[in-house]
Design a protein around this ligand. Structure first.
Ligand SMILES: [Zn+2]
Length: 330
């Protein structure tokens, strides 16, 4: 039976997006503790009966998470495309690169266009304009049935190639899309968000996810079991897991247990520096994976060498365990 789809964030004084410090690192215990009752249903408990695979599903072996393929995606975005300001042509190019790939994985991607203000992108003046979310639904997605969302922001600040922030999260999301297309306990909608990074005035950010949440129907809200934002997931040896400060921790707890099951060390805390905040603010179950501090943050030095393929593999392993209830082979 498939089981669960299942920091105190020290935001920098500038309260920048994507900036967080985990608190106490923890390593997995020898055994997984028993699950406790949760007010938020796990993916498994919210799921309808497990579907029987169709004839066409039977012969193909399940693909495995390939961190080398993920690293290639990081290189394609950070080197091949470059800085991906939410309103820029390179952001468009990034969407054009990944959209057909999502189609090849069996998803139906569409652009959700929204306006962003002008202001300041980490020291660079930017004009108002339009950006988009790339929203990819799997064939079995039905807004009147339980589903989950995996998100990763595709944009960067003006000057950064954004290998870690956030080609790393996009790359893991793309690998999960390839591996999970027929294997998650529930349909998973994938969203590559635009306009996550601050562009002012002030510290305004998370425009794409705020627009996405505002556009959700009552049915879509009611049946959303979990939203997980992958943001900066390729640095460090432990995987940060965040709820928002003062919010429910059920989903973060699910992810923590998946880490224990998968043998992936995690650190837990609270953080509002990514797109999960937009969902949590609307009362929807949301968490962030990733956010370890690194020296090249929001700079031109955020290049693929910053990203550790082994850490991408840890994050992939944790999320596959969470999404399928099974620990993938090493
Ligand atoms: Zn980020």
């Amino acid at each position: 039976m498939r089981a669960a789809l299942a920091c105190l964030a020290a935001l920098l004084a500038t309260a920048a997006a994507c900036t967080a410090e985990p608190v106490a690192p923890r390593t997995p215990p020898a055994t997984t503790p028993p699950a406790t009752d949760r007010s938020t249903p796990s993916i498994a408990s919210a799921s309808d009966p497990v579907p029987t695979p169709g004839p066409s599903d039977a012969p193909a072996p399940a693909p495995r998470f390939d961190e080398d393929r993920a690293i290639r995606t990081v290189q394609e975005l950070a080197v091949g495309v470059g800085p991906r300001l939410a309103t820029g042509r390179r952001f468009l190019a990034a969407g054009a690169l990944l959209g057909p790939r999502l189609v090849s994985y069996g998803y139906n991607p569409r652009r959700q266009v929204f306006a962003v203000p002008g202001g300041d992108s980490w020291g660079v003046p930017v004009h108002p304009g339009r950006s988009f979310n790339l929203v990819a639904t799997p064939p079995d997605y039905d807004p009147v049935r339980p589903y989950a969302i995996l998100g990763a922001h595709l944009d960067t600040i003006a000057v950064s190639p954004g290998a870690e922030d956030n080609a790393s999260g996009v790359a893991v999301l793309m690998e999960l899309a390839r591996v999970l297309r027929a294997d998650s306990a529930l349909p998973i909608v994938l969203v590559l968000f635009g306009g996550e990074e601050p562009r002012g005035p002030g510290d305004l950010h998370h425009f794409g996810s705020q627009y996405y949440v505002a556009s959700m129907t009552a049915q879509e809200r009611r049946h959303l079991v979990a939203m997980v934002s992958l943001d900066r997931v390729g640095v460090g040896r432990t995987v940060p897991l965040y709820a928002i400060d003062g919010g429910p921790t059920d989903l973060r707890d699910q992810l923590e247990r998946a880490g224990e099951q998968a043998g992936v060390p995690t650190v837990v805390g609270t953080n509002t520096g990514s797109d999960h905040e937009s969902f949590a603010d609307a009362g929807l179950p949301a968490a962030r994976v990733g956010g370890t501090s690194y020296a090249a943050y929001h700079s031109a030095d955020d290049v693929p060498g910053v990203v550790d393929r082994t850490q991408l593999a840890r994050v992939g392993r944790l999320l596959l365990t969470w999404a399928t209830g099974r620990t993938p082979g090493r």
